[in-house]
Design a protein around this ligand. Structure first.
Ligand code: FES
Length: 105
């Protein structure tokens, strides 16, 4: 799309550098992610705002601070537990599990 106030996409300095899309797996479901997204952004694009339970009490946890401080967003990425979803950028082929991490309470 072009117009008098729009630059062609290839000349737009605000154009995102990476347009690549790739597949990742979230709880066994194959989904499309965009390069540069955090794991939390991918989950939120799927409509998930809370992805783990606080040990035994059933309280749902997800994104809270969004800057790596609170650890409310931890999950499992490629088998590594306690990965902060708000800090970790997705990579092609990542296997993300919202279960089995940070369930201590
Ligand atoms: S939301 Fe607080 S560490 Fe990720």
């Amino acid at each position: 799309m072009t117009g008098p106030y729009l630059l062609p996409a290839h000349l737009d300095p605000a154009q995102p550098r990476y347009q690549a899309r790739f597949a990742v797996e979230v709880d066994g479901r194959r989904v499309t992610a965009h390069a540069g997204q955090t794991v939390a952004a991918v989950l939120m694009s799927l409509g998930l705002t809370a992805w783990r339970e606080c040990g035994g009490r059933g309280r749902r946890r997800g994104l809270f601070c969004g800057i790596g401080v609170c650890a409310e967003c931890v999950l499992v990425v490629n088998g590594a537990p306690d990965v902060r979803a708000c800090l970790r950028s997705v990579e092609p082929g990542d296997v993300i599990s919202t279960r089995g991490s940070g369930e201590r309470g």
